[in-house]
Design a protein around this ligand. Structure first.
Ligand code: SF4
Length: 438
């Protein structure tokens, strides 16, 4: 696939997360036509809004005297305002803008380390990023390493660490020299993509569901009956198949097991792949892994209602009620002081596990159970489960299509009842899909 997007775009922080998800995505981020980018699915839009809210709360509470670099103006103006702010020795700079040859970056925060004779600006800063997630991923760290490198080009050496403030308000420091080798590898791969006129080509993966380039790739995969439409076909296996003249998923299915093993398939996956091909032919959901349908179906749908809709004014999560399924439909169990609520939650849970929507609610519920000596049960993040196990087809599988709570305009602050109902429909749908896949 040759470049169609006009000028090649400069390297920015999100190129690193793209690369770690899908090489084609990183290539399209450089070369694709921006007009062909799809809007984020609704559930992702909602997470992005929550991320912006997290940023606002952290900046107001931790950096009230910071200089904010405006998001309007040319690249050169924003970059020059950032350098001016660094010269002034401001205690913090928000949305710091870096512009260098073929490189751009916007760091959420530059935090003053102190004055320095060695720095051309007279001061040293460290990079900080605000993330809604409660655990760091490699792509978060690579992104911050990129901003660290752009900052270092301005102020010189002297600061080795960068930091994150996570969704649970924890601060995490990361040594940049400790991730240097991984960062350099990623950077070299990206520069290779940037300089290459042809991309590696689309390949159906777990990230396609929310990828901005899905409208470019998925029709191609579908028209070509690409081998990646079958679960368990990695890029390496797809290349082996191509070398052997096997171009479509139908040809894969017609190939005998022994030959498929020679081409890189794990014999344990072959029964699942053949079952998936029947679902694919029928246009039904295909799961990446077999799941235990009965266990999934048996989970109790749970949602957490928070004070002020989502978070307290200091940014910490303040749950005020648990919503669960009951024989009479969704029921609200307020977290009153006498502790009787935990007995009610425990009796509804019994030995069943719980299904929740998203990491925030899952972590919050586990914490509530632990802090109140509640039952020890399995808690499943359904959003994560859908993202990790649903392989295809793509259209119609955005979670918002099933989980109506994620639609824009859904009632805030308390939509927990709808969440419980939405979770039940997702659980049943997954359990139905899993029955055939298992
Ligand atoms: S749609 Fe899928 S294959 Fe295409 S760039 Fe995105 S993640 Fe990669």
């Amino acid at each position: 696939m040759a470049s169609k997007g006009g000028a090649i775009r400069p390297t920015v922080g999100h190129h690193f997360s793209s690369l770690l998800m899908c090489s084609q995505r990183a290539w399209l981020d450089y070369h694709g036509d921006p007009k062909q980018r799809a809007k984020p699915p609704n559930y992702l839009g909602k997470l992005q809004q929550e991320g912006l809210e997290h940023e606002r709360i952290v900046c107001e509470s931790h950096y009230p005297n910071a200089i904010q670099i405006p998001d309007s103006g040319s690249d050169a103006e924003r970059s020059s305002l950032t350098i001016q702010a660094m010269r002034s020795g401001s205690p913090a700079i928000l949305q710091a803008y870096f512009m260098q040859d073929g490189a751009r970056g916007i760091a959420d925060i530059l935090e003053l380390v102190g004055p320095s004779h060695s720095s051309p600006t007279g001061h040293l800063y460290r990079v900080g990023e605000l993330k809604l997630a409660t655990a760091l991923s490699t792509s978060h760290v690579m992104q911050v390493a990129w901003y660290h490198e752009l900052l270092r080009a301005i102020q010189g050496p002297g600061v080795d660490d960068a930091f994150f403030i996570l969704g649970d308000m924890q601060r995490k420091e990361v040594s940049m020299s400790g991730v240097h080798d991984t960062f350099e590898r990623c950077k070299q791969q990206l520069f290779q993509m940037r300089d290459d006129d042809s991309g590696p080509g689309p390949h159906l993966c777990r990230w396609c569901k929310s990828c901005p380039w899905r409208d470019v790739c998925v029709p191609v995969l579908s028209t070509q009956s690409d081998v990646s439409l079958l679960p368990g076909v990695t890029r390496r296996i797809a290349q082996n198949l191509k070398n052997a003249g096997i171009q479509t998923w139908q040809q894969v299915i017609q190939t005998e097991n022994g030959r498929l093993e020679q081409l890189g398939f794990d014999w344990r996956d072959l029964a699942h792949i053949r079952a998936s091909s029947k679902r694919l032919a029928a246009g039904e959901a295909v799961l990446r892994y077999s799941i235990r349908s009965e266990e999934i179906r048996n989970l109790l749908a749970v949602s957490i209602e928070f004070v002020d809709g989502y978070r307290g004014s200091d940014g910490h999560l303040l749950p005020r009620a648990v919503w669960t399924e009951s024989p009479d439909g969704p029921v609200q169990i307020p977290l009153v002081g006498d502790g009787s609520w935990i007995a009610r939650v425990g009796s509804l849970l019994s030995s069943r596990g719980a299904a929740l929507y998203g990491a925030t609610e899952t972590v919050s519920f586990l914490k509530l159970l632990r802090q109140n000596n509640g039952p020890s049960v399995k808690c499943l993040d359904v959003l994560d489960l859908v993202e990790s196990i649903v392989h295809g087809p793509i259209r119609g599988l955005e979670l918002s299509n099933v989980l109506h709570v994620a639609e824009p305009g859904s009632a805030e602050p308390n939509n927990s009842r709808e969440r419980v109902l939405g979770l039940r429909s997702v659980i049943n749908w997954l359990a139905g899909s899993g029955g055939c896949a298992a």
